[in-house]
Write a protein that binds this ligand. Structure first.
Ligand code: NAD
Length: 361
């Protein structure tokens, strides 16, 4: 089969990690008889410098015509002080909206080889850390109108609107129930229904959708408690579904407790059309261009892309096994290196890519 992939390397370490991920993808293609055709597109600061905007229409069009989008990371200090419509983040919101990628999947999984990297106590880590956060991505307070900063009673007042329609909640709830069905069959819906009307609607609709998924156990948790429980005992969670704002914060917390930001992939998908696959970390300007970045989150994002976008389960699994084999060998980039642990070898981005390619054989 021939698949067309849009490559959006972006800024900072983006080009370095995407280069390694493409090497892995090409090799898997050769092994399994697939051809991947790439279109390189501009996004983020690189696009601002080249054409004056963070998500050019040409990029959006190319993404729409592809089977999947592989994104490195965008942004950096050079572009931080531009007006909001020219910020790299604004470009990301645009491409998610244009591709109707309303569901963001972030698995927070701890490879056992990296247990010592977790910020949690060893007895908590020993219980297991394998949570999937499903975050709604195109609604909520990030997109709600009205919003703005106005003058009121002689002072400035800033406001945004948190809003969800019934259909928006229903479609993300369905996606989350489907995901839970394929995992541990437990779904925790996180809201703030004790205070917010929008959350009460969220909860009511999730309960309605549950009627079609009686094999999945549904629970509800307020977001403040969920933040605490994620740190106290993440093993109690299988799949978490939540809105855009709460999900933004909780998915970062879930990722952070693994202690390895350079290891975690993500997928943003819609009901149909291409999805966006990317590491959860940013463009790491502090280490850009130094061959220090960990490419494994991007390589694992390729595995998610093969599984979710292209339905290539076996191909995805060999990548995940290769990453695990490389960790078994003790190879570590700086972000996951522990000098106190014997038997580890500190390697750079390219050498880590080499090792995964070798492990794939
Ligand atoms: P960051 O994730 O880029 O970096 C945080 C820390 O983690 C840094 O010390 C960095 O060196 C380290 N790190 C991140 N990824 C790593 C990797 N693969 N290997 C080794 N170390 C890694 O977050 P930040 O510093 O807050 O943001 C930097 C820029 O990235 C900002 O402009 C921000 O807006 C942007 N950003 C982009 C995305 C995205 O493209 N989706 C996401 C988050 C942040």
């Amino acid at each position: 089969m021939n698949y067309s992939i849009c490559l959006m390397p972006g800024d900072g370490i983006g080009p370095e990690i995407v280069t390694q991920a493409v090497r892995v993808l090409d090799l898997v293609g050769r092994k399994f008889g697939h051809t991947f055709t790439y279109t390189n597109v501009l996004a983020g600061g690189a696009a601002i410098d080249a054409v004056g905007e963070p998500m050019p229409d040409a990029t959006v069009q190319a993404c729409k015509e592809s089977d999947a989008v592989l994104l490195g990371a965008v942004g950096g200090p050079k572009w931080d002080n531009l007006p909001r419509h020219l910020r790299a983040e604004t470009g990301l919101l645009k491409i998610r909206k244009e591709l109707n990628c309303f569901a963001n999947f972030r698995p927070a999984t701890l490879f056992p080889q990296l247990a010592s990297a977790s910020y949690l106590r060893p007895d908590i880590v020993a219980k297991g850390l394998d949570v999937l956060v499903v975050r709604e991505l195109t609604g909520c307070v990030y997109f709600g109108q009205p919003k703005g900063i106005v003058e009121e009673n002689g002072e400035r007042m800033g406001f945004n609107t948190m809003r969800y329609t019934e259909s928006e909640v229903r479609r993300i709830a369905k996606v989350a129930f489907e995901a839970a069905r394929k995992r541990g069959k437990r779904l925790c819906s996180v809201d703030k229904a004790n205070v917010l009307d929008v959350s009460q609607l969220w909860r009511d609709v999730v309960i309605e959708v549950h009627k079609d998924y009686q094999d999945v156990e549904l629970s509800h948790m307020y977001v403040d408690n969920a933040a605490m429980q994620l740190v106290r005992d993440p093993s109690q969670f299988d799949v978490i579904v939540t809105g855009n704002l709460f999900g933004d914060i909780l998915s970062d917390a879930a990722a952070a407790i693994t202690g390895s930001i350079g290891m975690l992939p993500s997928a943003s998908v819609g009901e149909s059309g291409p999805g966006i696959y990317e590491p959860i970390h940013g463009s790491a300007p502090d280490i850009a261009g130094q061959d220090k970045a960990n490419p494994l989150a991007t390589i694992l994002s390729v595995a998610m892309m093969l599984r979710f976008a292209l339905g290539l389960e076996a191909e995805a699994a060999v990548i995940e096994q290769a990453v695990s084999a490389v960790l078994d060998k003790g190879l570590r980039t700086g972000d996951i290196y522990n000098s106190a642990q014997p038997g580890l070898t500190l390697v750079g981005c390219t050498a880590m890519g080499d090792a995964v390619v070798d492990a794939l054989g």
